[in-house]
Design a protein around this ligand. Structure first.
Ligand code: HEM
Length: 414
């Protein structure tokens, strides 16, 4: 069996001092209290380290190397395989092998990246997203009202999951009744093995298979949704093909179905543990947009990946072509050299520039949508529920990997 959690032997160019044993999927301290473990990593591990877990990879922890890796695409590529390797693989593929979607634009480097980002820009721009406010508010209210009378709920399945998932499926034009199936596929995609090219390829194909029916239906029957809009776009003056549509759809699917959920989970957990903070926001809701930003910094939760494009130096170590680097954004936002007392949630913090949405050319395209959903949810939750707290009898649970995700958030209120 292909054991992706296997220990890799330390390559000769990596000195002992660069090694720190960290399993980003299974580390028990990370799963118990994610951001406390991230702070421990910042204290104990080098700012850039190599771990033998999960086939061996680098981790950029510190604020400076995180920005360096995020921005310098000629050294740290978003392309899953070197182009020549990809061409070889495609040449060897048996005839009739199904197309493997590339999740564009996130898996492209400049200059190609910009061509594939452009068709999405207007749909995710601030104006288009703002127009969705009422729809998001109505959905948030319906979900909160369903649990309000119960005095308790598990916030993740009751509100944090269905809200952004339904907003996104509606935007895409995908059927709401299949949301549980779609979420399961994204969970599997992001689970252990996602950094292993063959596994990732078959998981991406599976997602494309699940949405092809809708993609094909929209080709000749355009509606007011993102899939229809993408069919109308051109890339390099050429019309869309089914393959390019799958490239876009697979990425949006992954980005849209497993991100905001966790932002909501971490934000609401912080509120539940801090009733004074709830009171402050209830008394002055104009603080909510700033609270959203500081919560995103305090509990940053995504970990993008890069492939080393050519032998290079980072954090004092030599990295070899085709090694993997995890950009540990949650650590960069808790780096004490940039954010004094980083563990303190502080609305009056001088430096408010967090990296929760990434940096460089791939900076999150969905940030306006994510921010709006978080702001609307917090506003409505604080209006419709009395002071809520963590359920002392039930633990908050997590899973981890390229997303540090919350599975369960049991809450109580009077
Ligand atoms: C709080 C919620 C979210 C967080 C923290 C987040 C975070 C990120 C990060 C860190 C990146 C950069 C990845 C990289 O450098 O490789 C990214 C890219 C991206 N995100 Fe988000 N995201 C969120 C929500 C969303 C939503 C709701 C959507 C759309 C429905 C979305 C769509 C995208 C897309 C399309 C990209 C790729 C952009 C490119 O390659 O140019 N994101 N996101």
């Amino acid at each position: 069996m292909n054991d992706v959690s296997a220990f890799a032997p330390r390559p000769a160019h990596i000195p002992d001092a660069a090694v720190y044993d960290f399993d980003m999927f299974r580390d028990s301290a990370l799963l118990a209290d994610p951001h406390e473990r991230v702070r421990q990593l910042l204290r104990e591990a080098p700012a850039v380290f190599w771990t033998p877990r999960n086939r061996g990879h680098w981790v950029a922890l510190g604020h400076e190397p995180v920005f360096e890796v995020s921005r310098e695409f000629d050294r740290f590529s978003s392309e899953f395989m070197a182009r020549e390797q990809m061409q070889q693989m495609l040449a060897m593929a048996p005839p009739g092998m199904p197309y493997i979607p590339q999740s564009k634009p996130i898996s492209l480097d400049p200059p190609d990246h910009a061509k594939y980002r452009a068709p999405l820009a207007s749909v995710f721009g601030p104006k288009a997203i703002k127009a969705r406010t009422d729809e998001i508010r109505a959905l948030a209210n319906a979900l909160i009202d369903e649990v309000a009378g119960q005095g308790c709920c598990d916030f993740m399945p009751s509100v944090a999951e269905p809200l952004p998932v339904q907003v996104f499926l509606k935007m895409m034009g995908l059927p709401l009744e299949r949301q549980a199936e779609f979420r399961r596929m994204v969970h599997e995609f992001l689970g252990p093995g996602m950094n292993e090219p063959m596994q990732a390829a078959s998981r991406m194909r599976m997602i494309a298979d699940a949405i092809d029916e809708v993609i094909l239906a929209r080709k000749d029957d355009r509606r007011d949704d993102l899939i229809s809009l993408l069919w109308a776009a051109e890339i390099d003056g050429k019309p869309m093909t089914l393959e390019t549509m799958e490239d876009f759809a697979v990425l949006l699917f992954i980005a849209g179905l497993d991100t905001v959920i966790n932002g909501m989970g971490f934000g609401v957990r912080h509120m539940a543990a801090n009733p004074d903070f709830q009171a402050r926001l209830r008394a002055d809701p104009s603080l909510i947009p700033e609270a959203v930003e500081e919560l995103l910094r305090r509990y940053t939760f995504t970990v993008p990946t890069r492939r080393v494009a050519k032998d290079t130096e980072l954090g004092g170590w030599t990295l070899k072509k085709d090694e993997w680097v995890m950009i540990y954004l949650p650590a960069a936002d808790l780096d004490p050299s940039v954010f004094p007392a980083p563990e303190v949630f502080d609305l009056d913090r001088e430096n408010k520039t967090h990296i929760a949405f990434g940096a460089g050319s791939h900076r999150c395209l969905g940030s306006h949508l994510a921010r709006l959903e978080l702001q609307v949810l917090y506003t409505e939750l604080l209006t419709r529920l009395p002071t809520f707290r963590l359920d002392p009898d039930k633990p908050v649970t997590f899973h981890a990997g390229n997303i540090i995700a919350m599975d369960s958030l049991p809450l109580r209120w009077d």
